[in-house]
Design a protein around this ligand. Structure first.
Ligand code: VG1
Ligand code: CO
Length: 543
């Protein structure tokens, strides 16, 4: 098949954010837009030549079109083999696993994660490298530089691969293998968790409700929870992946997964509630009448994971992103585990995982995972919780109460201010940066500032540095206020304000989160002056 070289002009905006390149669908539909970005990857990452590449996506609008283009370009750029999920479907963690398992040189995950989809929605691509982790900062910078000077791309024309037919097809000399999207992932889960025990737990009448939010985890949840573990069919809600995710916002939090939340606080509540996002890497966890914040879930998993077969040897260490609450640190302290603090974005965990320094890691944005893959993993988190419930025989409420009694409780919330003008958002950051030097030692309400700085990270494995990773005002162990700009939005700027408060006294462990954080929110108003600078009275979303 003839390879064609097509002349093209660069687009100036192909800089990857927190997790890949994410833009409106209309942006990706511009002539040569996707082709330019993919060619920049092929040009920079020459190691893909002669190797295997994994491809799949979360099934959103434009997924199949993008995959056909990527296959045609892979063939033209000398890739030996493409492994693609049937129907173009692969969750982000399943892609990571397939890359690792097949020894592929990398993978393209077509997703804009939790961002809404459809013709007017968002599209995106994450480029993962050998080992299954997301391309790091240095590599994405090089791809960006290449995209700015691109003049031509290579493609095999008139390629059409039947994505629905499992088995091997060929595009010129390149092999394309269409695989079931769940098979290998489900096998991996069986090596980590005690399926017999969980099956027995269901048999004894315990219940799960999992909301796939019409996104990619539907087939995974159906196969694993229902077919393999024997949960009733009604355990999985919204299990059919739709191109527009049913018009919803596939972000598993208290706002966007409200039907599940309402169920968990009702008379009919099952023992465990879980939800995942567009590409299957996030998770929300609830018990009957109780929401487990992502930071708490991470800390509680750290405390219980060694009871599960895949982790019986214990944890090597743990890590969390900087804005994630410090509940994990308390468990690490108690269990004498190394605990790392990284910038926001899963790519920063990869070196820690690869070098065997950590087993478990997580983020406040409903992301948790272990060293089984190099992405966060929503279904994994639900399975871990199922296994913990089945093994301990406790309820979520009992686990949480016992945990807080032993380690204290971190009340936590994130306030997002969406679609701000870039200048306005930057003004908020600059204003706080300017005030930081005078803050240390100042008293606000019950708390005194112990530290105020801009977070930077020195990777302990390869010595690389990341600067400007968010502003933090720390009040010792008692509280933190953090502000940073999002790197995943597609419209204007999103400002995130994170509030954390720590309490240990027995009579302070049962507060409502909103009440517990009210005083801190008032302090944040004064300190960060978001309302004054942006004119916004309230956040767009509180999670
Ligand atoms: C957000 C979250 C971050 C997460 C990232 C990707 O980034 O805060 O914790 O890793 O999304 O998640 P930001 O820069 O908008 O705050 V996903 O589910 O896109 O892979
Ligand atoms: Co996601």
């Amino acid at each position: 098949m003839p390879v064609r070289e097509i002349a093209t002009k660069p687009y100036p905006d192909q800089k990857s954010g927190t997790a890949g390149l994410r833009k409106k669908v209309a942006v990706f539909q511009q002539p040569h837009y996707l082709e330019n970005f993919l060619q920049a990857i092929f040009d920079v990452e020459a190691s893909l030549k002669g190797k295997t590449l994994v491809m799949g996506g979360d099934g959103r609008y434009h997924n199949r079109t993008a995959i056909q283009t990527a296959i045609a370009m892979a063939a033209a750029n000398g890739v030996a083999k493409v492994i693609v999920g049937q129907g173009g479907i692969l969750s982000t963690p399943a892609s990571s696993h397939l890359i690792r398992q097949s020894g592929a040189a990398g993978g393209f995950v077509f997703t804009a994660s939790h961002n809404p989809a459809g013709e007017d929605g968002d599209f995106g691509i994450k480029f993962n490298i050998y080992g299954g982790g997301q391309a790091g900062e240095a590599l994405t910078d090089r791809i960006y530089e290449a995209s700015k000077v691109i003049a031509k791309y290579c493609i095999v024309e008139n390629v059409y691969v039947d994505l629905d037919r499992r088995g091997v097809q060929s595009v010129g000399a390149m092999e394309v293998e269409v695989v079931d999207c769940v098979d290998e992932y489900a096998k991996l889960m069986q090596t980590l968790f005690d399926f017999d025990r969980i099956r027995d737990w269901f048999r004894r009448g315990h219940r799960l409700s999992f909301d796939a939010m019409h996104a990619v985890t539907g087939p995974y949840a159906q196969r694993i929870f229902v077919d393999m573990l024997g949960a009733p069919q009604s355990s999985v809600m919204n299990s059919i992946p739709l191109e527009d995710f049913g018009g919803g916002h596939p972000d598993p939090n208290l706002i966007y997964a409200k039907p599940l939340v309402d169920l968990m606080y009702s008379q009919q509540a099952p023992d465990l509630g879980g939800a995942s996002d567009g590409d299957g890497d996030r998770n929300m966890i609830l018990g009957r009448g109780i929401f487990i914040s992502p930071g708490d879930s991470l800390a509680m998993l750290a405390a219980h994971l060694d009871k599960l077969p895949g982790y019986a040897k214990g944890l090597a260490g743990v890590a969390r992103s900087m804005p994630t609450c410090r509940a994990l640190d308390k468990v690490a302290e108690g269990r004498k585990l190394a605990c790392y603090e990284t910038p926001t974005g899963w790519k920063f965990f990869a070196n820690l995982l690869d070098s065997g320094r950590i087993t478990l890691c997580g983020e406040e944005s409903f992301g948790t995972s272990s060293n089984h893959v190099r992405e966060k993993d929503g279904v994994w988190a639900v399975l871990a919780w199922l296994n913990i419930l089945a093994t301990t025989g406790l309820s979520m409420q009992q686990i949480a109460d016992t945990h807080w009694k032993q380690y204290g409780r971190h009340y936590y919330a994130r306030h997002d201010y969406d679609e701000l003008a870039n200048d306005t958002a930057n003004k908020v950051m600059q204003n706080l940066i300017a005030r930081m030097p005078e803050l240390v030692g100042q008293r606000f309400g019950d708390w005194t500032v112990s530290q105020a700085d801009e977070f930077g990270y020195l990777d302990p494995v390869d010595g690389s540095k990341a600067s400007a990773q968010g502003l933090r005002v720390v009040f010792g162990d008692a509280a933190r206020i953090i502000v940073r700009l999002s790197g995943t939005g597609t419209k204007g700027a999103t400002l995130r304000l994170y509030l954390e408060r720590y309490e240990t006294a027995a009579d302070r462990l049962g507060w409502k989160t909103g009440d517990a954080l009210a005083a801190l929110a008032t302090i944040a108003d004064k300190l960060v002056q978001i309302s004054e600078i942006t004119g916004r009275k309230t956040p767009s979303v509180i999670t």
